[in-house]
Design a binder for this molecule. Structure first.
Ligand code: NAP
Length: 280
């Protein structure tokens, strides 16, 4: 197939690597000329340009720009395309994007490859990023069935585990397991640095080890991504934050009133309930 990728950063660049390795011809479009040059040098794409017309002959296009630019990019793109071209995106939220993009292009299929690193840009692109990672496809009843099948097959060829659900269910689920953890982890770091006693703070920083590293990792990531999650998945994220606050209040109450049995029951329950989330 001839495949177009717009936005040659971590996700777009990594897709380019793997799709080329599977024998597809990949054309890339990005905002900066230097990124296009680097993408060609690194072997991410067969050719790249800042001009969207490079994609006039492709069969499928992956929109891999930051979330806020996905529907804007689609608007600029569609005037020269044949209607059979499939357009998909990789945005980390789906309801808002599908709502904006579907009316613009009837052959639009929402998607979310759930893989990443803490890095950004073309230099962060890597091979096999999507291997064994979930790839969620979020069709609506209007999405052409054949286009879903084609995207599914491409995602499977990357080694991803493909899941299909509505954009709304996707957003509610990722609010629990991805967006809420970012806010919790960010709040943990913010609360620690609020410690007024400088000696305590300094020693805490020196003593912090694997436990703190694990729990603070996603709160120490790309601020733009965290902000986008909150802006574009506000309702679902607020719902999970309220559920979390309720649990936190409960734990505070157990400790404050020395309800050690209740606290133990809670911790035994969480010990048991963790593994289904890890697919172990
Ligand atoms: P990224 O590394 O910053 O890549 C985005 C790239 O888009 C930039 O490198 C930039 O390239 C290009 N770009 C910016 N504005 C553009 C425009 N107007 N036209 C064309 N290209 C433009 O970000 P990313 O992590 O790959 O994220 C991209 C998308 O993937 C987002 O929608 C995000 O929600 C989704 N996603 C991210 C992750 C993750 O963990 N990072 C995981 C799954 C999905 P230039 O150098 O040319 O400016």
């Amino acid at each position: 197939m001839k495949i177009g990728i717009i936005g040659l950063g971590l996700i777009g660049g990594s897709l380019g690597f793997d799709l080329r390795d599977h024998g597809h011809i990949v054309y890339g479009v990005s905002r900066k000329e230097s990124t296009c040059q680097r993408a060609i040098e690194r072997g991410v794409v067969d050719d790249a340009s800042v001009n969207i017309n490079l994609l006039s002959t492709v069969d499928i296009i992956f929109l891999c720009t930051p979330i806020g630019l996905i529907s804007k990019t689609l608007k600029q793109l569609i005037s020269n395309l044949k209607p059979e071209v499939i357009i998909t995106d990789v945005g980390s939220v789906k309801t808002a994007i599908v709502k904006e993009c579907e009316p613009l292009w009837s052959n639009f299929v929402g998607g979310h490859p759930m893989a990443g690193t803490a890095e950004q840009g073309i230099e962060a692109a890597q091979k096999n990023l999507f291997k064994n990672a979930p790839y969620v496809i979020t069709p609506t009843e209007k999405t052409p069935k054949n286009s879903i099948k084609i995207l599914e097959a491409l995602a499977q060829s990357l080694g991803s585990n493909v899941y299909t659900c509505s954009p709304e269910i996707h957003d509610q689920a990722v609010a629990w397991i991805s967006h809420l953890p970012v806010m919790i982890s960010a709040s943990l770091i913010a609360a620690c640095v609020e410690e007024k006693e400088q000696t305590v703070l300094k020693i805490a920083q020196q003593l912090a080890s694997s436990g703190f590293k694990d729990t603070s990792r996603v709160g120490g990531g790309n601020p733009e991504l965290g902000l986008m999650m909150a802006q574009y998945n506000k309702t679902a994220l607020l719902h999970t934050l309220q559920g979390y606050r309720q649990q936190l209040d409960e734990a505070i109450e157990y400790i404050n009133t020395e309800q050690w049995d209740a606290l133990k029951q809670l911790l035994m329950m969480t010990q048991k309930e963790r593994s289904p989330f890890l697919n172990e």
